[in-house]
Ligand binder design. Structure first.
Ligand code: GN1
Ligand code: MG
Length: 359
């Protein structure tokens, strides 16, 4: 099934051909990944005289989520070029854009913006780590990524989604969704809202620390899910960090917290059986070890003390985002079944509970 049912095969092919690719297009498939954009993979036989095939990843960008596509693609361009210049320390290579035929980093097809990346061959991604060593390796890779981004002045990047990492603003969004309640869903989520209500004060701690300068603002990845690390199929080591859409000024512990939220989870992000939801303490320790090995050089004492807290606050904040989207009729995160965002939200809240008990 196509991820883009509104476009014909011919229209998809035409979109892909707007990029500066040569050879013969032999395959075009959709890739079901992520909650935001639509993704295709194309395979090309190299031009006459050269052996082999090459693949590319094409994304139709979600303009409801990213209302300022020029700003988004400005950031992606700046970050990919900065990473390429930073070299491949630790065996990590940078994601690389393919320009459109006119030289731009993105192009419009059938009225919507598209971009293309080189496919990173010979890698795998995982929703759950195979073992603690893999979790540690992912944390090292994200720590290394933050070190590389530390030499990129924050002023070069734009705020593509306002208040994206701001837990206070996310709470205000949820409050607003509750007030509006356009689908009359508030009643069934009262227990979830009570859970959040009891933790309201926690959602201001990092915002206050940023305002008072106790915690610095830094450029971060912004979506440190384990499946955003591509691992080399042979060595098993991280090769490339993908999904640079949310690389923006934020705070370092957001990346650490999000890494724990996803990687140390005992269940899927959208698990329906809440009994399975929990946090694996051994994986958490591996993530701490790996991240600190890189980040202890730049984190301040406040940040080091708040690592476990960051895991809770980021998990709670992402839970609130899923919940607000459920109330608003699922207009932000793509869903595959009714109540999908509610399931995702409840997993996050359960995770917070487990973290409060165990970390
Ligand atoms: C979204 O599409 P994906 O899975 O890369 C979201 C992240 C959330 C994540 C939760 C731009 O990322 O912020 O943490 O879902 N990206 C955006 O799985 O909102
Ligand atoms: Mg993402």
């Amino acid at each position: 099934m196509s991820a883009l049912p509104d476009l014909t095969g011919g229209e998809l092919e035409a979109a892909v051909r707007l990029f500066d690719l040569d050879g013969e297009l032999v395959k075009l498939e959709s890739l079901h990944r992520g909650h935001i954009h639509d993704t295709l993979v194309s395979t090309w036989r190299r031009p006459a005289g050269q052996a082999g095939h090459r693949r590319f990843v094409h994304q139709r960008l979600n303009e409801r989520v990213f209302r300022d596509i020029p700003a988004l693609m400005h950031n992606v361009g700046v970050v990919t070029r900065h990473l390429a210049r930073s070299g491949s320390g630790d065996g990590l290579t940078a994601l690389e854009l393919v320009a459109a035929r006119g030289g731009e980093d993105y192009v419009f097809a059938e009225g919507t913006p598209w971009r293309t990346y080189h496919f990173v061959e010979g890698t795998e991604s995982y929703d759950h780590p195979k073992d603690a060593e893999m979790a540690r390796a992912a944390a090292l890779a994200f720590g290394d990524f933050q070190i590389k981004l530390s030499t990129l002045p924050a002023t070069e990047l734009r705020q593509t989604i306002p208040n994206f990492f701001n837990s206070e603003a996310r709470l205000a969004q949820l409050d607003d969704a509750c007030r509006r309640d356009p689908f009359e869903r508030v009643e069934e989520i009262q227990a979830d809202l009570d859970f959040i209500e009891g933790r309201r004060a926690q959602l201001s701690i990092f915002e206050t620390a940023l305002r008072t300068g106790r915690m610095p603002r830094r450029v971060i990845h912004g979506d440190t899910k384990l499946n955003n690390v591509l691992f080399d199929s042979e060595s098993g080591q991280p090769r490339c960090i993908v999904d640079l859409d949310t690389c923006m000024p934020g705070y370092s512990l957001f990346d650490f917290g999000d890494l724990v939220r996803f990687t140390a989870a005992t269940s899927d992000e959208d698990e329906q059986d809440l009994e399975r939801v929990g946090v694996d303490v051994e994986l958490y320790r591996a993530l701490c070890d790996g991240y600190l090995e890189k980040a202890s050089g730049f984190l301040n004492a406040f940040e080091v003390e708040h690592m476990a807290f960051a895991a809770r606050v980021v998990t709670l904040t992402i839970g609130m985002r899923f919940l607000a989207d459920h109330l608003m009729g699922d207009e932000y995160f793509k869903i595959e079944r009714p109540g999908h965002n509610l399931d995702r939200a409840r997993v996050q809240l359960r995770m917070v509970e487990a973290m409060e008990r165990r970390l």
